[in-house]
Write a protein that binds this ligand. Structure first.
Ligand SMILES: Nc1nc2c(c(=O)[nH]1)N[C@H]1C(S)=C(S)[C@@H](COP(=O)(O)OP(=O)(O)OC[C@H]3O[C@@H](n4cnc5c(N)ncnc54)[C@H](O)[C@@H]3O)O[C@H]1N2
Ligand code: MOO
Length: 643
């Protein structure tokens, strides 16, 4: 068996970047070539560019009217109108036309009177060069238009043509070879024919990396996928290094698995500069050098590959093209909940961002390196430093923006209990206002109450049963938010019950079955309404949580509970019917409960909240919720209580 990798040394990110950047002469990697100006969009100038022609090349009328010699009009005013003869001293011109001999000013057609017989009347003197674009007003022949290493935009190409520069020297585009590796990978064309089975992964990193390469102004060369065989991979890397590519990305096999060969391959062909970086995701990144070309081992997990690209490849491609490393705009944001992080490594946390009152609130997305949706849904990145154990919910920290600043102002921030209708709601709200987005954090009802209290959300879902009165939410709000004016709006009544495998193989019928030795529960987190419900039901039945296997195994959403049941992590979980239906699981009803939205009154007039409240009146939305199953939408939008 091949020896497993042990990281040479986990380098701090900055040190790894420095080692990599100083190992190459980036600025000298790209050849220079001449292209037609019209084809040079996005290219980088290889030398200074000077104008050949002036623009305009002649004195031109800047307005429609007449050209005159200004001094011929001196003395004209309302009392002393001046008549000049057309063709002698006055010449009609249109915008852009050259001034006829001797003329040095243009009078706009609106300011003239034409009494007839070729005479033009002036009631105001013109001053020299009025409404005239003089030779070289814009560009003077010989002047510097662009420095070397300037990235050409559309307006730059237009200026170059005006200046008579029709061909110019640019840097060739960097070429980046991408080699996907892994026995388990399946091309999408094959996956289209038949859904991949266990152990088979649809190959998607090559499209991820190729896209990122393009966005960095370079050209991807996606090579054939390679099996987990060090000799074969080595040959492929060698071939890529010998090719016209300026850089090679060897994807996956970067970490310590028995089939992770990248570091041996790169080391065998050349030199490993860095293996292992103190970042997460992206830890197993490999930075190497083969025949003076950079060869990078990008980790197999998509987010890790993205971080590796973002931190090493993108700055390198910028350096090759004489550009500063890309830098994102940052905002100061408050995390919607405390975000603990491992000491000793920098974490790149993907977050939703949205403004609540004065605060920009950051809601963390999934943290796993294999969760590509944590990137597709991210508005920002919060970086938790190597020496930090995490971010506190009350403290501001910088977030790098991945989307537009405008989008951040259009996000409704929802923190509280999870309900599947909240996901539907976002789509229906967008029909009313396409710019609106919803960021939903599923932390449970009680955490939602706290977020509302602390100004970290616009609203939150809650379904906290008052075990004494049988009512929902009100007593909790009175206890936890005594001073916050709020409105409680009902979203729906919903069916809670036990989610079990299709066909109910364990024959679970009632709560008492949870105490059976062959039954394993997946629970919801403390502070969630569903947990309150289960604990209450157990107490009523006189059951002891200690006798329930899996009671301490917690999940944060109904869907996560259903996934555990589906995948065999548990036999039963308490949740809503819609979650069971979504995964084709069976369901044993327990109770119908009221699910409300808690809205602090200070946000009631907010446009985003208004759109939400309007959507609760929308029959299409109600229909869509009913279709999920297990919901009674009759009370949707009703005020359940207000303080
Ligand atoms: N014992 C240890 N295991 C792991 C460690 C470690 O330090 N010790 N590191 C973990 C970390 S962190 C990461 S990140 C991953 C990535 O490791 P590899 O670069 O070796 O990647 P693979 O194991 O080959 O693949 C991971 C994952 O990604 C999928 N994959 C690979 N290529 C593609 C592709 N082209 N398109 C889509 N998906 C791809 C692959 O199938 C795997 O599921 O390792 C941890 N393990
Ligand atoms: O650090 Mo790995 O890069 O978590 O996924």
């Amino acid at each position: 068996m091949h020896k497993r990798n042990i990281y040479l040394k986990k380098r701090p990110l900055e040190e790894a970047r420095e080692l990599f950047s100083s190992a190459f002469d980036w600025g000298k990697m790209l050849a220079v070539r001449t292209v037609d100006t019209v084809d040079a969009l996005g290219m980088i100038t290889a030398e200074e560019v000077f104008a050949h022609y002036s623009s305009p090349g002649y004195h031109a009328a800047a307005m429609d009217g007449v050209a005159v010699k200004a001094s011929d009009t001196y003395g004209a005013d309302d009392e002393n109108p001046l008549l000049l003869k057309e063709g002698e001293k006055v010449f009609f011109v249109n915008t852009g036309q050259p001034l006829p001999g001797g003329a040095d000013a243009v009078v706009m057609i609106e300011d003239l009177h034409q009494p007839g017989s070729g005479l033009v009347e002036f009631r105001q003197a013109a001053f020299p060069w009025q409404h005239v674009r003089r030779v070289g007003e814009d560009i003077v022949a010989g002047e510097l238009l662009f420095p070397s290493r300037h990235k050409l935009k559309a307006e730059d190409l237009a200026a170059l043509l005006q200046a008579g520069v029709f061909h110019l020297k640019v840097l060739e585009k960097p070429k980046v070879a991408i080699i996907p590796t892994g026995h388990e990978l399946l091309d999408w064309q094959e996956a289209e024919k038949k859904a991949p089975g266990p152990g088979v992964i649809i190959e998607s990193n090559s499209v991820l990396l190729a896209g990122l390469v393009r966005e960095a102004g370079a050209e991807p060369l996606v090579m054939e996928r390679q099996p987990d065989d060090p000799e074969v991979i080595s040959r492929a890397v060698e071939q890529a290094v010998e090719s016209s590519a300026h850089m090679v990305l060897l994807n996956a096999g970067a970490s310590a698995g028995s089939k992770d060969f990248s570091v041996h391959v790169i080391g065998g062909l050349g030199e490993v500069l860095v293996h292992g970086v103190a970042v997460m995701p992206g830890k197993p990144s490999i930075l190497g050098k083969v025949k003076n070309k950079p060869v990078i081992g990008t980790p197999g997990y998509a987010v890790s590959a993205w971080v590796c690209f973002d931190q090493f490849v993108a700055p390198a491609l910028a350096g090759m093209q004489g550009q500063a490393p890309p830098q994102r705009i940052t905002v100061q944001a408050k995390p919607a909940r405390p975000l603990p992080s491992k000491l000793g490594q920098e974490e790149f946390l993907r977050v939703h961002l949205g403004r609540v009152g004065q605060n920009m609130v950051a809601t963390p997305l999934k943290r796993g390196a294999g969760t590509i949706t944590s990137l597709t849904r991210a508005d920002g990145l919060m970086r938790i430093g190597v020496h930090s154990e995490g971010l506190e919910a009350s403290a501001f920290a910088p977030a790098e923006i991945l989307t537009s600043e405008r989008a951040l102002e259009n996000t409704l921030v929802v923190v509280g209990s999870h309900d599947i209708t909240l996901d539907l709601l976002a789509g229906h709200m967008a029909k009313k206002d396409p710019l609106l987005r919803v960021s939903s954090s599923h932390l449970g009802s009680l955490a939602g109450l706290m977020a509302a209290k602390e100004g970290r959300s616009h609203l939150g879902g809650t379904h906290l049963l008052d075990t004494e009165t049988g009512d929902y939410n009100v007593s909790y709000i009175k206890r936890y938010l005594p001073d916050l004016p709020v409105k409680l709006v009902t979203l729906a009544y919903r069916q809670q019950g036990m989610i079990v495998k299709k066909g109910n193989p364990k024959g679970i019928q009632s709560l008492s079955d949870l105490e059976r030795a062959d039954v394993r529960l997946v629970n919801r987190q403390a502070g969630s309404g569903t947990r309150v419900l289960l604990d209450y039901a157990l107490a009523q039945e006189g059951m002891d949580a200690d006798n329930i296997r899996g009671y301490s195994q917690e999940e944060y959403t109904h869907m996560a509970v259903a996934v555990q049941v589906l995948s065999g992590g548990a036999d039963v979980g308490v949740g809503i019917l819609a979650a069971a239906k979504a995964l084709d699981l069976d369901f044993i009803p327990l109770v119908q409960e009221r699910y409300d939205l808690l809205i602090p009154k200070e946000h009631l007039e907010d446009h985003r909240v208004q759109v939400l409240l309007d959507t609760l009146e929308n029959p299409d939305f109600k229909k869509a919720v009913m279709k999920l199953g297990g919901y009674d939408v009759a009370p949707m939008g009703r005020t359940a209580w207000e303080s």
